[in-house]
Write a new protein. Structure first.
Length: 73
């Protein structure tokens, strides 16, 4: 299992943070996820490849708010 933290650049709404948190947790390879709204961070534990997972998370973030960009921390 791998643990990574990403910056959610442009995250400015607690409701958006909650929606991203909820949707990322539903991804099959994600075992745990937590969006830290005050620090604009997403921490996940997952199994499998990071590249496709990062693409999925970026897509979720864009669907919630097109201004959010997922970056490596």
């Amino acid at each position: 299992m791998t643990r990574k933290t990403y910056i959610l650049d442009g995250l400015c709404c607690p409701n958006c943070a909650a929606e991203i948190d909820e949707k990322v947790k539903k991804l099959p390879e994600v075992k745990q996820a937590l969006v830290d709204f005050p620090n604009t961070r997403l921490t996940i534990e997952f199994e499998g490849g990071e590249d496709t997972l990062l693409e999925a998370i970026a897509g979720i973030a864009r669907n919630v708010d097109e201004d959010i960009v997922v970056k490596a921390s």
